[in-house]
Design a protein around this ligand. Structure first.
Ligand SMILES: [Zn+2]
Length: 695
């Protein structure tokens, strides 16, 4: 039995000082315990490691222990009984715990937890938990608080209105927003829709799971629960509901017929999308001017193609593309399952189910997407890559499309590249004036290397291009080597690397140097050769901008040293380093202020006086209920100064370099995160996730 547990979220180096707080103290249940007491608990934890995509706990299983995540990431999923699909409820990272309720009640697990990365958890068994309760009465105090809070939440919902279903005139289109199985399963009924608010009659208004599931069917709206009696609900469902829905079905069938005898499943899927999005949302999809700029494909006509060109399939495909852009998604996943097809969007870094389509739609829709991407629609056994270019509201948008064969059909994944570069501009990215000034100063240097570091998806490319846009001037020669080319920049020589034909970054870079460039952008420095040529280019009078995988700014020197670049060369060629992360931005419409307590302030290195207000996510129609809208950068900008240079040459460790850079005024990622917290731009969870918990 392993007893070793990591000293948790501060691993990785952003927190220069040892953790001020034991990681267990950040879990509400143990918040009142001392560090030693927490250590005693850690010794009782049983450590287990999970590879990605493994069940940590299964829904329905017996709940005899609670879990603490010490490293990695997990998803909480719950099975929808009517479709058998697992929905994503939440994502958990280091410091999170789960399973305490099952432990207390002895009831089976109400959700599954699945690892999405290599994950380490500490497990506390039932018997140990009971013993701990006896030994540490403070845990009991915390437990009482937690239960009291849950009780209060439940009682707050007692104030909801009562509604008599028999007296209402109900619109079948509103009733049709939820499938009958869901209505019967949760005993909920959509009874009204106005001003983006859905009135939901519920027999059990405190059924939070029901609300969560309803939100999955009706996206981006506020839900207003009202109470109805079980008797009332039963009467309505057995009588008026059937009559109303039957009439509506007949109407739909007629409409489908009028459409020219098209596939009914497609028609009803569309009716559903349109019912929600067109009829009720004022900014409907119809307002979007969707204009393809691709020429017609030259592929020979096949049966598949004709099925893909049915008007409803075309409209459905367009609606999915348009909606993804409108929602600000970065990726679209179209995933065939055994009995249906699921469309998921990645929004602000989180995958969300957008729609579940009938299986019949699958072939037509996939074929349509492949036609748009100029792929071979007859080839279904091999992966293919392509691109769809469209114009939406005068913006040029590219979808990078890839297909892979999966068990239940071809899966399509699309990365959305908005080439209109409306996001570019250092001043749009960096909100802190002093940090912005530093970056501008570094980008204005005539030669040297500027590194941008961070994990995948942290917005490195956007920062790099924004810096490039600032130096772009007709009388200088700028060349870029990229994979892929994510933005179109006027007046710049952009080259796409092709590894499979030997055209890698190093080779393109060498060719550039023969073409008299002033500024070179290298998409990524990932090998010694590329790193070496960049250093050479910098030392011979060129400005080089590039990205590198490193945890933080001081860590970049270690990374370069590991790659095999002499510290002396690094110290003379580097201008500076920008380390960055992207945090989800709180929805400014619905964020909720709360006074930060003493322990929180201490953790973030803030004095207890004067009082500080932090904000947490709530959820409204603007942000689709998530409480977050858009993202915001967290930056750590290190400038190469003589003291830093001296330390790099003598291979000082990252902590020493960090302290030296801080003396020069560098804000660490955590410092910058605290600034954003104080301004109410993001939440503590987000900063913890991005900054303290490192990859
Ligand atoms: Zn909101």
């Amino acid at each position: 039995m392993a007893t070793k547990t990591e000293a948790a979220p501060t691993s990785g180096g952003a927190g220069a000082k040892p953790a001020a707080q034991h990681f267990l103290q950040r879990i509400q249940l143990f918040s009142l315990l001392s560090g030693e007491e927490c250590d005693a608990i850690v010794r009782r934890l049983k450590r287990r490691d999970f590879p990605p995509n493994h069940y940590v706990v299964r829904e329905g299983a017996a709940g005899d222990s609670m879990y603490f995540i010490t490293a990695g990431k997990c998803e909480v999923r719950k099975k929808d009984t009517s479709t058998g699909i697992e929905f994503l409820l939440n994502e958990l990272g280091p410091g999170a715990c789960f399973g305490e309720m099952a432990l207390l009640t002895g009831q089976p697990r109400t959700a599954s937890v699945v690892s999405t990365e290599p994950t380490t958890v500490g497990i506390l068994k039932n018997d140990d938990f009971r013993e701990l309760l006896l030994q540490h009465p403070k845990i009991g105090v915390s437990l009482t608080t937690i239960l009291a809070e849950r009780l209060q939440q439940a009682s707050e919902q007692v104030g909801v209105e009562y509604m008599n279903l028999a007296r209402l005139q109900l619109d079948p289109r509103v009733l049709g927003l939820l499938p009958e199985q869901t209505i019967l399963h949760y005993k909920v009924l959509p009874v009204g829709f106005a001003n983006n608010r859905l009135t939901l009659a519920m027999v059990n208004p405190d059924n939070i799971l029901a609300l969560d599931d309803v939100r999955r069917f009706v996206k981006g709206v506020m839900i207003e629960p009202v109470v109805c009696t079980a008797d009332d609900f039963g009467k309505f469902m057995s009588g008026p509901y059937r009559t109303l829905m039957k009439k509506e079905e007949e109407k739909r069938a007629q409409a489908a017929k009028a459409d020219g005898g098209v596939d009914e499943a497609v028609a009803s899927a569309m009716t559903n999308t349109e019912a929600v999005l067109d009829t009720f949302q004022s900014d409907s999809l119809k307002d979007i001017d969707m204009e393809e700029v691709t020429e017609e494909p030259t592929a020979s006509a096949t049966e598949l193609r004709s099925s893909a060109e049915d008007a409803p399939v075309v409209r459905l495909a367009n609606a999915i593309l348009a909606l993804s852009v409108k929602r600000g998604a970065s990726d679209i996943h179209m995933e065939p399952r055994e009995k249906e097809m699921v469309v998921r969007f990645r929004i602000d870094g989180v995958l969300q189910v957008m729609q579940t389509l009938p299986k019949k739609v699958q072939m037509g829709l996939i074929s349509r997407m492949k036609i748009l991407a100029k792929l071979d629609i007859a080839e279904k056994r091999l992966p293919q890559d392509g691109r769809i270019s469209v114009r939406l509201e005068n913006r040029a948008i590219d979808f990078r499309v890839s297909t892979i064969p999966s068990k239940w059909g071809e899966k399509i994944c699309m990365r959305i590249l908005d080439k209109s570069n409306t996001m570019l501009g250092l001043d749009k990215l960096i909100t802190h004036p002093a940090t912005l000034e530093r970056v501008r100063e570094m980008a204005a240097q005539p030669y040297g290397i500027l590194y941008v570091t961070g994990p995948t998806g942290s917005g490195k490319t956007t920062t790099l291009y924004s810096a490039l846009a600032e130096v772009n001037d007709p009388d200088i020669n700028i060349s870029t080597a990229e994979d892929p080319i994510e933005y179109d920049l006027p007046g710049i020589n952009q080259v796409q690397t092709h590894k499979d034909i030997g055209l890698d970054f190093a080779r393109v870079l060498r060719a550039f140097l023969r073409q008299d460039p002033d500024v070179i952008l290298v998409g990524e420095t990932r090998d010694l050769e590329t790193a070496k040529i960049s250093v050479e280019a910098a030392l011979t009078g060129h400005l080089v901008l590039t990205t590198l995988h490193a945890n933080d700014a001081p860590g970049t020197f270690v990374r370069l040293d590991e790659m095999g670049i002499e510290p002396f060369l690094v110290s003379t060629s580097t201008i500076g380093i920008i380390a960055q992360r992207l945090a989800r931005r709180l929805c400014q419409q619905c964020k909720e202020p709360y006074p930060a307590d003493e322990m929180t302030l201490k953790y973030w290195g803030l004095p207890a006086d004067p009082p500080v207000t932090f904000y947490k996510p709530a959820g409204c129609s603007v942000c689709g209920g998530s409480g977050y809208k858009g993202r915001i950068g967290i930056y750590e900008v290190l400038r190469m100064t003589s003291p830093v240079r001296a330390q790099v040459i003598k291979r000082a460790n990252t902590d020493e370099i960090r302290e030296t850079a801080r003396a020069d005024g560098m804000l660490t990622l955590k410092d910058y995160g605290v600034l954003l917290l104080k301004e109410g731009l993001t939440s503590t969870d987000e900063v913890l996730q991005c900054v303290v918990v490192q990859e």
